[in-house]
Design a protein around this ligand. Structure first.
Ligand SMILES: [Zn+2]
Length: 236
């Protein structure tokens, strides 16, 4: 056998040995980490509102609710995953969840919202969070606010813990968590669920904040701390 072949075989064997040695070590490290992470074993579905033809609320500068809702959801997903949670987004791109062949905006909206509930049921998460932005004809209103459906006592606690962290960390709202009956995904969640309206696109100052990456990070982190606090309470 030529010396060069021997050398190649030796190097290949050495690389294989390194790979074999590393694999079990990494697995051990991962399982050790998952034992100590605060959200390990928790499954969470995040629902960025709207998408596709449905842009949601629109700011005076054409900022779209669907885009900011997705951006903040992905930031929140990152925080939750770092803490060991298994996180699913109902959408990861600019699309709705209606079937491709369904025509008409209103028909697509009905199907979209039902399919978000179907998605949630399939993933069977411990909690469900839907993210939206507000807009009203008057520009004066501002401040993030968290909502829950009154049919699920744990949803109230979840919404309150999230709202508390938003108030403390952002320091720009005195709004309290509020019960709401009319939100389909909350009503049909059958588990702790909250709607976070992260701010008003109709308020120029708040809209500018919401467009900033640093403010989006703070918002995502506040919701994340609220979720951590919710799971750290003894009743869960
Ligand atoms: Zn919305």
């Amino acid at each position: 056998m030529p010396r060069i072949m021997k050398l190649i075989i030796w190097i290949a064997g050495f690389i294989l040995l390194i790979v074999l040695m590393r694999s079990p070590i990494e697995q051990t490290t991962n399982s050790t980490e998952s034992l100590i992470l605060p959200l390990s074993g928790k499954v969470i579905v995040l629902d960025p509102g709207h998408g596709g033809a449905d842009g949601g609320a629109v700011g005076a500068d054409q900022t779209l609710e669907k885009e900011l809702a997705l951006t903040v959801s992905k930031k929140l997903q990152h925080y939750l995953q770092q803490a060991g949670a298994e996180v699913y987004l109902t959408r990861e791109t600019d699309r709705d969840l209606a079937n491709d062949q369904t025509k008409g905006v209103s028909q697509r909206k009905v199907e979209d919202i039902k399919n978000r509930v179907v998605f949630m049921e399939e993933k069977d998460p411990d909690i469900f969070i839907t993210l939206h932005l507000n807009a009203l004809p008057s520009t004066q209103w501002r401040g993030a606010q968290t909502f829950y459906h009154p049919n699920q006592p744990s949803s109230k606690i979840l919404a309150e813990t999230i709202q508390e962290e938003i108030k403390v960390n952002l320091g720009n709202t005195n709004r309290e968590a509020l019960a709401i009956n009319s939100v389909y995904v909350l009503k049909h969640a059958n588990r702790p669920a909250a709607l976070v309206e992260i701010g008003f696109l109709s308020n120029p100052d708040e809209r500018e904040l919401l467009k900033q990456s640093i403010y989006q990070n703070k918002m995502a982190a506040s919701i994340y701390y609220g979720i951590l606090s919710y799971f750290s309470e003894s009743f869960n």
